[in-house]
Design a protein around this ligand. Structure first.
Ligand SMILES: CC(C)(COP(=O)(O)OP(=O)(O)OC[C@H]1O[C@@H](n2cnc3c(N)ncnc32)[C@H](O)[C@@H]1OP(=O)(O)O)[C@@H](O)C(=O)NCCC(=O)NCCS
Length: 326
């Protein structure tokens, strides 16, 4: 695998009126994502880029039509997505679609994926965007899963239901506690280790052997109150954490994980319920969450808490043939 962040393939590329060239955080990425329901904003992206461990192979691309920037794309040259595929994204401004920009960029991403030695490249398509799903299909991407999105309105939270799910967990021997305000490195590491261990069992992680780097994990969590933990007999057995979702002035679940030995006792519901109560008391109004359709336990927990389903997105992936034929 490449150890540097230099493009693994020659750029720019020209194909008729379409140019694919290197991009970066200096570009007006928000303008290039106008109308994109999956866009979380340039600041969010900049935070993610900054929290990547130095040397993480990645590409940022801009697509131009007749010299005008009309598309943004990125690729992380590590097998962080399902099936060990590269994490990537392409967005072409609606007014510039069906002119070959998407194909030119997708070809560059596929070539870069091969150069990074990965089996394929992943992307996401909004669930209501049938046109893009059709285009993605033409570009060789197949749907590999669906992420349901739902939102919990903290202002109308069923407080009695939330409190009783916490009480049930406490009766079952669990103690819930936030990460201390003065959490030191060791305390953060403990939560990180539990996240890594339980993340391996999430459907989203299937086939990926990459671990979320510690710096990326920390980059999502601005302060200790964003993390709630569960203990049993002095052992950390569960956690839930949220991150900021500035585009909607809301929070978004970062991850909820319960160790195998503690599953089946309503702990994830209790964690999410207690955290919702805490975050409401801190002045927050909504928590979004995304879960894969096959993750029945967490979907049941969300339903019990009063999350309502909103349109989600498809996970798509395009396999690439390795140069050595492997
Ligand atoms: C998917 C997306 C990147 C395609 O961009 P684009 O610039 O319109 O793509 P192209 O013009 O290069 O078209 C690519 C292929 O899809 C086909 N296509 C495009 N739109 C289509 C549609 N609505 N229905 C059927 N086929 C379509 C094109 O004919 C072309 O096929 P061909 O090269 O075999 O002739 C663009 O729709 C987009 O940004 N969508 C939102 C973000 C997204 O969903 N990204 C995921 C990408 S995997």
């Amino acid at each position: 695998m490449a150890k540097t962040t230099a493009p693994p393939i020659p750029l720019p590329r020209q194909r008729g009126a379409v140019t694919v060239r290197p991009g970066g955080l200096h570009e007006d990425l928000d303008a290039l994502h106008e109308g994109d329901p999956l866009w979380w904003g340039k600041d969010f992206v900049a935070d993610r880029v900054r929290s990547m461990p130095p040397g993480t192979p990645h590409l940022m691309l801009v697509g131009e039509l007749d010299g005008e920037p009309v598309a943004d794309a990125y690729l992380i040259g590590k097998g962080i997505a399902q099936n060990g595929y590269a994490g990537a994204g392409i967005y072409v401004l609606p007014r510039a679609r069906r002119r070959g920009v998407g194909r030119a960029i997708a070809d560059v991403l596929a070539e870069a994926t091969v150069a990074y030695g990965l089996p394929g490249v992943a992307d996401s398509v909004h669930a209501l965007d049938e046109e893009s799903l059709a285009a993605a299909g033409r570009l060789g991407y197949q749907v590999v899963g669906h992420h349901r999105e739902s939102v919990l309105d903290l202002d109308t939270l069923d407080e009695a239901a939330a409190t009783s799910s916490v009480a049930r967990a406490e009766q079952a021997g669990f103690a819930l506690s936030p990460l201390r305000d003065d959490a030191d490195e060791a305390a953060w590491r403990e939560v990180y280790d539990l996240t890594i261990e339980t993340w391996r069992d999430a459907p989203d992680a299937e086939g990926s052997d990459e671990e979320l780097p510690y710096s990326v994990f920390r980059g999502f969590l601005p302060e200790p109150s964003y993390v709630l933990m569960a203990w049993r007999d002095g052992r950390l057995v569960g956690m839930t954490a949220v991150m900021d979702r500035a585009k909607d002035e809301a929070l978004n679940t970062f991850f909820t994980g319960v160790r195998r030995e503690a599953r089946g006792s309503g702990l994830s519901t209790a964690l999410k319920a207690q955290h919702a109560l805490t975050m409401r008391a801190r002045g927050h109004h909504r928590i979004f969450t995304q879960n894969m359709d096959q993750n029945a336990p967490i979907l049941a927990a969300n339903e019990r808490l009063g999350f309502s389903v909103v349109p989600g997105y498809y996970a798509v992936g395009r396999a690439v043939a390795q140069r050595d034929g492997a």
